[in-house]
Design a protein around this ligand. Structure first.
Ligand SMILES: *Cc1c(COP(=O)(O)O)cnc(C)c1O
Length: 376
């Protein structure tokens, strides 16, 4: 028999989250019309699986990801709309593959432009590109000073039918935090992009959830937002839960108690005896550990729900198991259901916060050995 752990992916909740974001983009006084959404499905759709994401995000205008193989999976599954490759091509040979797949490449460096300049025209047609500007993230992107030269080079390549420039993008460093940084990046981007007449794309989830950011662009600008985490029902913000935006958790990680024990006051639980019972108590052992993707750093007190009752983790997370406090759950027995995060349990963001990380990491880290169920 297989271990009782599994991750349930809700296709309706993924779909609901996309609709919620599309609804937000219709916010007055300056709705994005029509709304253009790149649904970000990198890292196998933040751990939810590409197939479920494709089904749920059928109404998105495009998909954004990193991995060529995943992009081809999407094409083979019948996705005909644009696919944006967020890191573009890595070596010259990727360019022909991207053209053949009708993929759209982010061009973020002079080195990539040089690779394009070494290409010959191709009967597969030009490679669609979005040029990426670095406005302060200091990660990927051309500097604003390099933009005129880059545009000129791309114009030459466009005349040779090697590329077609589809838009200009940038990425925010702190859209979930410091407003000043975001406004500064916006200003720099606007100075470079206004008047070029190109579609633009600047907003990740955090910026998409703040209409003031995308509404600050000139009316009539074709603007593509790039939400990721919000689509999966987690929050990009420390202090604002996903539910406050009407988002629903798309992944629920569940398991069961595989052992229940009564321990004496002073008894230690698990490796290193990191938790010692202050009084006699019942402890449950859950079939879920760090080899399933549960964070090993989650300390005593991390929220977990057992038999429908919120309680806490105690002691160190092991490779295959973790221990929970059954004091508030006298009805718990071997086989009682446990929700590690998701519907009917703590939010993934609350678990992440307790473990000193972010929901993104937990969702992406769910291990391949955890079976996935898809709810339609
Ligand atoms: C991952 C990513 C996004 C989505 O970010 P979220 O915070 O998950 O919304 C958007 N744009 C780029 C360039 C990314 O790499």
């Amino acid at each position: 028999m297989s271990r009782p752990i599994s991750a349930t992916i809700s296709v309706p909740n993924l779909r609901h989250n996309l609709h919620t974001i599309q609804g937000l983009l219709a916010t007055t006084p300056a709705p994005l019309q029509p709304p253009h959404v790149w649904a970000v499905i990198k890292a196998r759709a933040y751990g939810h699986g590409v197939a479920a994401a494709l089904q749920a995000f059928a109404q998105a205008q495009g998909l954004a990801m990193l991995d060529l193989q995943e992009a081809f999976e999407c094409r083979e599954s019948g996705w005909t709309k644009p696919i944006l490759m967020l890191e573009g091509f890595f070596r010259p040979a990727d360019i022909a593959v991207m053209r053949a797949g009708g993929l759209t490449a982010v061009v973020h460096s002079r080195e990539q432009i040089a690779m394009l300049q070494a290409q010959a025209p191709d009967p597969a047609g030009p490679l669609n590109v979005w040029l990426k500007l670095d406005t302060g993230m200091n990660r990927l992107g051309l500097s604003v000073d390099d933009l005129p030269g880059a545009l000129q080079a791309l114009q030459t390549l466009a005349a040779e039918k090697i590329v077609a420039v589809r838009g200009l993008m940038t990425h925010f460093a702190d859209a979930d935090g410091n407003e000043t940084t975001t406004l500064q990046q916006c200003r720099l981007f606007r100075r470079a992009s206004d008047g070029l007449g190109l579609p633009v794309s600047v907003c990740n989830s955090a910026a998409t959830l703040q209409p003031a950011i995308w509404q600050s662009f000139p009316a009539g600008t074709e603007q593509w937002v790039r939400p990721g985490i919000a689509l999966y029902g987690a929050s990009p913000f420390d202090q604002r839960p996903a539910s406050s935006f009407g988002l629903l958790p798309a992944m629920t990680l569940t398991s069961e108690l595989i052992s229940v024990r009564s321990i004496a006051a002073g008894a230690g639980v698990g490796y290193g005896h990191r938790f010692t019972a202050p009084e006699p108590m019942r402890v449950g052992i859950v079939a879920c550990g760090y080899a399933d993707g549960y964070p090993r750093h989650a300390p005593t007190g991390t929220p977990v729900t057992v038999h429908g009752v919120p309680t806490r983790l105690v002691g160190r997370v092991s490779m295959d198991m973790l221990a929970v406090d059954l004091t508030p759950v006298p009805q718990a027995v071997v086989g009682s259901p446990v929700v590690l995060w998701g519907e009917g349990g703590p939010g993934v963001d609350a678990v992440a916060q307790a473990a000193g990380t972010i929901g993104y990491e937990l969702l992406c880290a769910v291990a391949p050995r955890v079976p996935k169920n898809y709810r339609q």
